[in-house]
Ligand binder design. Structure first.
Ligand SMILES: Cc1cc2nc3c(=O)[nH]c(=O)nc-3n(C[C@H](O)[C@H](O)[C@H](O)COP(=O)(O)OP(=O)(O)OC[C@H]3O[C@@H](n4cnc5c(N)ncnc54)[C@H](O)[C@@H]3O)c2cc1C
Length: 441
């Protein structure tokens, strides 16, 4: 038995972990173990990567298989990490078409969650760049899925949270880049309306994201820093700068669980004030920043999830359709601010529709925030979830640990077809996680 949890360390459960070092054993475990789901690097926040009865550790599927420099298509086993892909291909001038906010994730995990990056509104999700994948089914078959072969299962597996089978390997596209630097421009929004307007205006930039101060109130509610980014060309580098800087990340860490009292409304408010003022000084400025600090700023602190103490935290990420986005986000911020448990890791972003059957993105605004676990947490989240449902939005399964089956069903209109497909391939009841049990998938 192993202790298993997601990145938020809530909930913490224990269960058997079947370590698969190769494709054959991973496929056999998928067919032979009941109530099973695959697990990558466990960077989903809640209970998605914990099997109902059994969990397959897929990180042993760690071989890169083929690369075509002409098309940029890379084939790897599903346990290969994004960190390994970047370390191997960035110095050769290639970068993934979509990356989440940490590079400690696997190819299988990125496909199963259909992860989105800061360029989703322009370039789509990771799943949009997958050419094919090999899927192990509970009936012992291993099938190839693509937009032309087993197309519906392909669409259901992208964003399907491991519930259609175990992804054994996949091929996906990398794009060519001239340097490992990002030209970052900072804009300041004094409140939510300005932030929404700026996100719209900067929408033609390849990368755009807003850090939002969730504890600001009154006229400053929703004040944000909007960070726009483009890959720097060789000409844009000062003479003497190395074209592909190696990562400086991972040098410091949080060695122990921080005491709960350290993270309270006062300390978070002080941090947010400092961060906002510091960013505001750079408004309108464009600077070159290395790829790791632009895409993965949190990766520089190992085990940063310990900052929230032993009880852990949840990440709440919703997306709200455009028409109601500003009013709903404003209401949500108001509730969080009154609750006083705001996080310093709150992010606001524009999204375009996703293409997987159960993909999270829809045309609208997504708000993601960390909230430490406390007695009052569930009451707060129930209130926020009701606002999301009322506005026609949905919650991201890769972050979820708490939503109810009704909230979930209201946000995912293709759920019935997904359930039916699971029955057709014999995955219903066989492929199951704590998340799928909780939400009745
Ligand atoms: C700091 C941080 C920042 C993040 N930023 C973003 C972001 O910007 N955008 C975003 O979209 N996400 C983001 N995430 C979430 C993260 O990208 C996803 O949760 C991703 O799925 C994690 O990959 P993993 O390998 O750790 O998968 P796990 O957490 O281990 O698993 C996630 C899901 O994938 C399934 N799965 C894993 N491997 C396989 C496989 N081989 N076959 C079938 N199913 C499989 C699991 O069953 C589970 O349902 C962030 C997470 C962190 C911690």
């Amino acid at each position: 038995m192993k202790d298993l949890s997601g990145w938020g360390r809530y909930p913490r459960l224990s269960g058997p972990l079947d370590v698969a070092f190769d494709i054959g054993p991973a496929a056999a475990a998928t067919a032979n173990l009941p109530g099973v789901v695959a697990r990558g690097l466990g960077r989903s926040y809640g209970d998605a990567a914990i099997g109902r009865d059994n969990t397959i550790d897929a990180t042993g599927l760690n071989r890169m298989q083929a690369f075509d420099p002409e098309t940029g298509i890379l084939a790897t086993e599903a346990g290969v990490s994004l960190a390994e892909i970047i370390a191997t291909f960035l110095p050769r001038g290639y970068f993934p078409c979509s990356v989440p906010g940490t590079r400690f994730v696997t190819v299988g995990g990125m496909i199963a969650s259909d992860v989105h990056g800061k360029n989703q509104h322009i370039d789509g999700t990771f799943g949009d760049h997958v050419e094919w994948l090999m899927l192990a089914l509970p009936d012992h078959r291993v099938i190839r899925c693509s937009r032309d072969e087993n197309a519906e299962l392909f669409a259901a597996t992208i964003g399907g949270m491991g519930l259609t089978g175990t992804i054994l390997s996949a091929a996906f596209r990398l794009k060519q880049i001239e340097t490992g630097w990002i030209r970052q421009t900072t804009h300041v929004a004094r409140n939510l309306s300005e932030a929404v307007a700026l996100l719209r205006q900067t929408g033609t930039a390849t990368y755009t994201v807003a850090w939002i101060d969730v504890l600001a109130r009154g006229d400053s509610l929703g004040r944000s820093l909007i960070l726009e980014g483009e890959h720097a060309t060789t000409e844009q580098l000062p003479w003497g700068d190395v074209r592909f800087p190696s990562s400086a990340n991972g040098r410091v860490g949080v060695p122990i669980d921080m005491p709960g009292w350290m993270l309270n409304a006062r300390t978070v408010r002080a941090f947010n004030e400092l961060y906002y003022r510091n960013g505001a000084r750079k408004t309108g400025q464009t600077t070159n920043v290395p790829w790791d600090s632009y895409f993965f700023p949190l990766d520089s602190i190992a085990n940063w999830n310990r900052i929230y103490g032993r009880r852990g935290f949840v990440q709440h990420q919703c997306v709200i359709p455009v028409a109601k986005a500003e009013s709903a986000v404003s209401e949500i911020l108001d509730r969080i601010s009154s609750h006083g448990a705001g996080s310093f890791l709150a992010v606001l972003k524009r999204l375009a529709p996703g293409s997987g059957l159960m993909s999270f993105p829809m045309e609208g605004l997504t708000l993601a925030l960390d909230i430490p676990v406390s007695e009052k947490l569930m009451t707060l989240l129930t209130e926020i979830d009701a606002l999301v449902v009322e506005a026609g939005g949905r919650m991201y399964l890769a972050k979820d640990a708490t939503q109810s089956p009704t909230t979930f069903a209201a946000g995912y209109p293709q759920l019935d077809r997904f359930r039916q497909l699971r029955s057709e391939i014999g995955a219903k009841d066989r492929m199951a996680s704590k998340l799928s049990e909780r939400l009745g998938i």
